[in-house]
Each structure stands twice: as C-alpha cells, then as structure tokens.
Design a protein around this ligand. Structure first.
Ligand SMILES: [Zn+2]
Length: 177
C-alpha cells in the first residue's frame, strides 16, 4: 500500500537537481513485482540521469556514509553500489544511490545545505543496467541498520508541479525556483 504523503507545497524536500533542469522518473513508488521499489524500499524514486550528472541535496544534513569505490557496470542484484547517505535534523536519512566511480563530492562528516551539489550519478549496483539516480528517505540509517529496519518513507517535493501522491513514474519533472 502506497500512501500518507505530506502536502507537497510545504514539503521539506526539493528535487535532486538544479533549478531549470528536468529528469524523468523511470521508477516511482510501490512499483510492480519484479522491480526494486517494493517492501521496505517502496518509496524510492529513480531519475533517468546519464552517468556523470551532478545532483544536489534534497534537504540539508550531515554526511554519514560515502561509498564511491565501485565501477559503473557492476550491476548485479547484489551489486556493488556507490552511495551517499545524509542524516537530516529530524533523524531521517536520505540515500542517494548508484553514483559513478569517485562520484561523491562530499565526505563523511560534511555539513551540507539543501541544493548543494553533492555527487555525480552513475550506473553502479542494482540498476538493471540503466544509469540513474536513486533517491529515498528512511526513518533511520539504512546502511548501518538495513532498510528492512529503516523502511523508506513517502516524500513529496515542493519545487515542481503538483505531486500530491509523490512523483509519478514516466513523468518528467522540472526543478522550479
Ligand atoms: Zn531505485
């Protein structure tokens, strides 16, 4: 079941790319069987970004994990994923996944502001060999605790077109001021 989205107009989150840019959501929330956004991962979003695309922080916080040692194309389901995890002031954590090799522009312990450029997207981990940026927000740290214990949470974005039920798969969203 997918639901309980906060009002998108007052959401604490902005899209993970700079104002004026637009990307398509190639996998939304609560995807069909056989896709990755199910169970505790059901509130993830995948943005159709070419390898090397710079992305930004959807919310301010502290960098708690950085993994950038893996190479693009290491795409097994158990794959070697590059990622950044940022803890927000309410204890939630944003996970940015599938970064390109050496694609982190921040290091553990950094304080990042909302909209700060933090990394470059890629094709590492379980991507189905489609380069994209995965973004999800979890109740706690999904790396140390595991996403089953820290399930993803439904989020909306305030700086784009109306998204009362979150971003919709197949739709292209422009980041607005
Ligand atoms: Zn994903």
């Amino acid at each position: 079941m997918c639901g309980s989205y906060l009002d998108w107009r007052t959401s604490p989150y902005v899209l993970p790319y700079a104002i004026g840019l637009a990307f398509t959501v190639i996998q939304g929330n609560c995807s069909a069987p056989g896709n990755g956004h199910r169970g505790s991962e059901r509130y993830g979003y995948d943005f159709d970004m070419p390898i090397g695309t710079e992305f930004i922080a959807i919310r301010a916080g502290v960098v708690v994990h950085v993994e950038e040692s893996h190479s693009d194309g290491q795409i097994a389901p158990t794959g070697l994923d590059n990622y950044i995890v940022i803890r927000h002031d309410d204890g939630s954590h944003a996970l940015y996944g599938h970064l390109t090799r050496s694609g982190a522009l921040v290091t553990q312990g950094d304080l990042v502001s909302q909209t700060q450029t933090i990394g470059r997207s890629g094709n590492t981990g379980n991507t189905n060999n489609i380069p994209h940026l995965h973004v999800s927000v979890h109740a706690c740290d999904p790396v140390t605790t595991g996403s089953t214990a820290c399930p993803s949470q439904p989020i909306t974005f305030r700086n784009t077109t109306a998204n009362p039920n979150g971003l919709q798969q197949g739709q292209r969203y422009t980041a607005l001021p």
